[in-house]
Design a protein around this ligand. Structure first.
Ligand SMILES: *Cc1c(COP(=O)(O)O)cnc(C)c1O
Length: 403
């Protein structure tokens, strides 16, 4: 066995090793951006790129409509507001998620109710969801974490039984399909983010999908100070006291995303094949378990490659920080612990405890605080030899640290 780099041995990766940056940029998009800037003053609402992108993205995910917005937090907020959710209502959300899922619930005045996740997929546990339903529950927000998939079949069945809305947070899952049907089209609404670090990105941005015409009209108005999505219906009447906002995004963002949409299907397949390869290659490495594919997932749109350390298999004194430090010493870039706590324990979560509820979240706490190690999206776009080298580094570290 070779000595770990952290203990003075040779590094697995060369000193100057870097992964190719993501996303790819294109000269054609740059040309179009320049043209839009120089020859048009139509940089925001009612532009052709926004309309076309919204339609194409919605169609790809099998939804009838899409509303393009400033980010993937206001899309969630708009969906909840359009469903009439507000003060006195409860919305169930997994504890292991980015804070935005829960913040969007708070922005409406409703109460987030945090529930546990599944040990294998890291996504919301359908049983925990059902156990947390109260007389005040109006909606559930499954989050397709890192590109795994929530168990939509069970969640939708439970939600239907109790008359609860489903709003999917698909911020990590552009181009994902569950039993042949697009993510974001299962519940009443589904939200995606185009923030800088996501699979599709335009710096900022988000889209909310729905196949319900009334919900679509409301979300459009909520986003655009009361104006309807279609220019010719701009001044349709707005419901009394529907407090509309400005959550618009720009043509520049829509144009960038239209370019990315052309490559999404091929890149999604590439990331899925990469994840399958890594899973297979690492299956017998001691002390770790790869995040499971979503049950019944047809095409998983991997955002991050995630694995869970098995603490009982680690040598005494070895913890996640040590494993990550050892991987970094081997020269592995883009490896991190992610949000190292459930949303309600995140450093930036400053909300007093009477404004949310936490059901027992033992699995989410353990996974986020001690177990999960993430490899950024660039690893899923890397070449096979690079991925093979990554596996070598992981094996080297785990054979030393596991028992
Ligand atoms: C990124 C993200 C969001 C919100 O997206 P923004 O565009 O950054 O507002 C929502 N939910 C999850 C799970 C996310 O990772």
């Amino acid at each position: 066995m070779s000595t770990l780099a952290i203990n003075g041995g040779n590094r697995t990766f060369a000193e100057n090793f870097q992964l190719a940056p993501y996303p790819n940029t294109s000269a054609e998009t740059a040309r179009q951006l320049s043209e839009l800037y120089l020859n048009s003053r139509a940089w925001s609402y009612y532009g052709e790129h926004e309309l076309k992108f919204s339609q194409d993205f919605a169609a790809m995910q099998h939804a009838a409509h899409g509303v393009f917005m400033a980010n993937g937090t206001v899309t969630l907020e708009c969906a909840l507001l359009a469903l009439g959710i507000g003060p006195g209502d409860e919305v169930i959300v997994p504890a292991y998620t980015w804070m935005a899922s829960a913040s969007a619930i708070l922005y409406t005045g409703a109460t987030p109710v945090f529930v546990d996740c599944e040990e294998d997929s890291f996504c919301i546990s359908p049983k925990a969801f059902e156990d947390a339903i109260s007389g005040k529950t109006r909606a559930v927000m499954p989050v397709h974490l890192f590109g795994s998939m929530s168990d939509l079949e069970r969640i939708c069945t439970i939600a239907d039984k109790h008359g609860i809305f489903v709003v999917e947070d698909a911020a990590h899952a552009h181009g994902g399909f569950w039993q042949g049907k697009g993510l974001g089209s299962f519940g009443q609404a589904g939200s995606f983010s185009f923030q800088q670090s996501k699979i599709m990105c335009s710096g900022e941005g988000g889209i909310c999908l729905t196949s319900d015409q009334q919900l679509f009209d409301r979300m459009s108005q909520l986003k655009h100070i009361g104006n309807a999505q279609a220019a010719e219906r701009r001044h349709d009447p707005v419901e009394k006291n529907l407090l509309c906002r400005n959550y618009r995004a720009t043509e520049f963002q829509a144009l960038i995303l239209r370019g990315q949409l052309q490559n999404l299907a091929a890149e999604t397949r590439q990331r899925e094949q990469s994840a399958d390869y890594l899973r297979e290659r690492l299956q017998n490495v001691p002390g770790l378990k790869i995040q499971a594919k979503g049950r019944l997932a047809t095409q998983q749109s991997y955002y991050i490659f995630a694995l869970a350390l098995q603490p009982e298999r680690l040598k005494p004194g070895v913890d996640r920080d040590q494993v990550i430090a050892a991987l970094q010493a081997e020269g592995v870039p883009e490896v991190f612990a992610g949000w190292a706590a459930p949303a309600y324990a995140h450093k930036l979560w400053n909300i007093s405890a009477d404004r949310y509820r936490v059901h027992s979240c033992e699995v989410a706490e353990r996974l986020s605080q001690k177990q999960v190690v993430l490899f950024a999206l660039m690893w899923l776009m890397a070449s096979r030899p690079e991925q093979e080298q990554l596996c070598g580094a992981i094996e080297k570290v785990m054979w030393e640290y596991a028992q």
